[in-house]
Design a protein around this ligand. Structure first.
Ligand SMILES: [Zn+2]
Ligand SMILES: [Zn+2]
Length: 391
């Protein structure tokens, strides 16, 4: 079938990307789903730093690549084996996937069989990590072609498109009362930031959580921490506009890193959501005795710091790396949906603009500049399946 999607042609193009336009909207051929795959009509997709990391080259991936991994849509066809499959890894049955089901796409499918898949979400699946790195689906290869040439998938999803074929383990069903833009943001920002809180920080009443870096993931961590009774939340960012947003969302205090250092802030849990080694060093410096530093950001592979291990030992501190919020998507997304339904997780506040597919180059500039949180592309189906709109 023919689809329309946002294809990254060149990594590390000159900024502004609105001018150099490394992302092009193209007509592509999408194969029918394989036996363990599903075809999804994309309803909404949002722009995340992991898209930006491919555009700016800090995560090297094959190109051409159809970007987008924070997305939601409706299942419109099931592979021949999907009905009878279980998810493995304690993720519950493969049930719940039917034609018409709204699904959240997630960016790391778990095979359910490798050693890492037996860690209850702690370690990223080895198979999923490998196929993600290769720009393939979990069953191998690409389902996307342009003039006969394969186009790589982004993180097993490629959601900046009118339709997507993905592994059945890359989707989690949600009820129809969850609007598609909310469902999209659940799949990456909330799963990553919120997951770091519920699966790793597990904050106790009377404790303090500091979140460093108030992008979509950091703010998702912040609102999840705020949903815990009796937890004091400190928001830290260099941009005044983000500190303002954090206070509006209920942060108890908001400050710059310099202010945090000056005031001698030491938090029981510090969540680093920037993805820069120097910021990780800062996060370590404001972690309390006996406290925990959790890093969810993804720095470039050659970005390093030096620190003295003595402080970790002498102060009895813990460092945790958390990929995708150490989450099992089918276990954790329903938890976040419940919190959202109860009015305790204002995910809609993370969405700061609606754009069309053709606005993606400029959207990458805005994300890099920190002027937007989540920018959502909404799709409508006019029967051709190839329209999108800015709403
Ligand atoms: Zn993401
Ligand atoms: Zn696995």
């Amino acid at each position: 079938m023919q689809i329309r999607g946002a294809v990254l042609r060149e990594i590390g193009a000159e900024r502004p990307w609105a001018a150099s336009r490394p992302i092009e909207i193209a007509e592509l051929t999408l194969d029918q789903p394989g036996p363990t795959e599903v075809l999804v009509q994309i309803e909404a997709a949002s722009v995340c730093h992991s898209d930006l990391s491919v555009v700016n080259g800090s995560r090297v991936r094959p190109v051409p690549m159809l970007l987008g991994h924070e997305a939601a849509g409706r299942v419109i066809a099931l592979g021949s084996d999907v009905g009878g499959l279980s998810r493995g890894d304690g993720e519950g049955g493969g049930g719940g996937l039917e034609v018409g089901t709204r699904v959240v796409m997630t960016f790391l499918p778990r095979c359910g069989e490798c050693a890492s898949c037996h860690t209850a979400g702690k370690a990223p699946c080895e198979v999923g990590s490998r196929t993600n790195g290769a720009g393939e689906l979990m069953a191998g290869g690409s389902r996307l072609r342009e003039h006969g040439t394969p186009v790589a998938h982004h993180l097993g999803v490629s959601g900046f498109a009118t339709r997507a074929v993905v592994d059945y383990r890359s989707v989690v069903p949600v009820d129809d009362d969850v609007p598609a833009p909310i469902a999209a943001v659940l799949g990456c920002a909330v799963l990553t930031g919120g997951g770091a809180v519920v699966n790793e920080a597990k904050p106790r009443p009377g404790s303090t959580v500091a979140v460093v870096g108030l992008g979509g993931v950091g703010l998702a961590a912040m609102i999840t921490a705020l949903a815990h009774d009796g937890v004091r939340v400190i928001a830290i960012d260099t941009l005044a506009s983000k500190l303002e947003t954090a206070l509006e969302l209920g942060a108890h205090e908001a400050m710059t890193p310099e202010q945090a250092t000056e005031r001698g802030v030491r938090a029981d849990t510090v969540i680093e959501a920037v993805g820069r080694a120097s910021v990780f060093g800062f996060a370590l410096s404001i972690t309390a005795l006996g406290g925990t530093t959790i890093t969810v950001g993804l720095p470039a592979p050659d970005d390093t710091i030096e620190f003295a291990p003595l402080g970790i030992v002498a102060e009895g501190r813990t460092i945790i790396g958390s990929y995708m919020g150490s989450a099992l998507p089918s276990r954790d997304i329903p938890k976040f949906v419940e919190m959202w339904r109860a009015g305790r997780l204002p995910i809609e506040r993370l969405i700061t603009s609606h754009i069309g597919l053709d606005g993606l180059n400029a959207a990458m500039d805005d994300l890099a500049d920190g002027t937007q949180l989540r920018q959502v592309i909404s799709f409508i189906d006019d029967g051709s399946g190839v329209l999108d709109r800015a709403s």
